[in-house]
Ligand binder design. Structure first.
Ligand SMILES: [Zn+2]
Length: 318
């Protein structure tokens, strides 16, 4: 029996069939439309093409923001304002014309469920996940239960305060981790450095072409020895390390898992975080908490969402 995994992302909606062992059997993607009517249309079309005639056990949906897991309603759907108040379960059932059970949750929490089923959190009872992308998402598995909190906000580790005097964040707080370590934050700092005409390869390559500058360029140039890129990268990693050390002290996890596009930025990130965690948690947590990369590759949104569905219909998380 296959599970339908759906990932509603900022730029693309992905849907795919995943078998009981976590293998993706088919996956399709579509650009995310900017309004409810075109979204419904594209969503329905994508889901029908992804499922075909395959018999399904259940469907899982990963979406940014705060998703009421009991009702599958998108309460604060991040950038997708048009999805606010929408029942994601109903949207899926309507698209497929069936009464398939549907489960939905925040995308970072779903990524952790995927790791619990088939990845780095397999067999663990305590784990912390960080998804490092345009923003920073997070989730925690505590004593075998996914932490939700009073209103579903628990695990938003991108909004841990790193510097109370720091920049205003979209959440209303100032100096959140996300304002220092995220693709957007790192790109903004690199662009500012180009505008200051700092003597660097960053300026040479991107002066007048700042809109082409991507976070991965900062990591690439840093690796190649450019001082400006290196200082931006190292400052950002230092702030992320401070947050991870705090999380280790708060949750005492068996593992810290990094997912998202920036987690693949190279061995430097994993090495620097592992060193900081080992050194700075040595007294309380023994410095032994491993920091590892997500074991689910690119389609992790789909795989995690399928794992969420499988979890709810009785598939053991082992
Ligand atoms: Zn924030």
């Amino acid at each position: 029996m296959d599970f339908l995994g759906i990932d509603i992302g900022g730029t693309r909606i992905k849907a795919g069939l995943v078998d009981d062992l976590g293998n993706v059997r088919r996956q399709l993607a579509e650009s995310t439309p900017a309004g409810l009517a075109p979204f419904r249309q594209a969503f329905a079309d994508l889901l029908r093409r992804a499922t075909g005639d395959s018999p399904l056990g259940a469907a899982g949906v990963a979406c940014k923001g705060i998703i009421e897991s009991d009702t599958r309603v998108a309460v604060i759907p991040g950038v997708f304002r048009f999805l606010e108040g929408q029942d994601l379960g109903a949207l899926v059932r309507e698209a497929l014309g069936s009464d398939l059970p549907v489960y939905a949750d925040n995308d970072a929490r779903v990524a952790l469920v995927g790791e619990m089923a088939w990845g780095a959190a397999r067999g663990k009872r305590n784990a912390v996940m960080l998804t490092l992308g345009t923003g920073v998402g997070g989730a925690a598995l505590v004593e075998g239960r996914l932490l939700r909190g009073r209103s579903g906000v628990a695990g938003h580790f991108g909004h841990i305060t790193i510097d109370p005097g720091g920049p205003l964040c979209n959440c209303g707080n100032t100096g959140c981790l996300e304002t220092f370590f995220s693709a957007l934050a790192i790109e903004a700092e690199a662009i500012a450095s180009v505008h200051r005409s700092s003597e660097s390869r960053l300026t040479e390559e991107f002066s007048g072409g700042e809109d082409r500058l991507h976070c991965s360029d900062v990591f690439r140039l840093a690796e190649e020895g450019d001082e400006a890129a290196r200082s931006i990268r190292d400052r950002a990693i230092g702030r992320l390390a401070a947050a991870v050390v705090g999380l280790v002290h708060a949750f005492d996890p068996e593992v810290v898992i990094l997912g998202g596009q920036i987690s693949r930025a190279g061995s430097i990130l994993l090495g620097a975080l592992s060193d900081a965690v080992a050194t700075r948690t040595r007294r309380l947590a023994g410095g032994r908490t491993p920091v590892v990369l997500s074991q689910l590759e690119d389609p992790s949104g789909i795989v995690g969402a399928a794992a969420l569905a499988r979890l709810h219909v009785g598939g053991a998380v082992d």
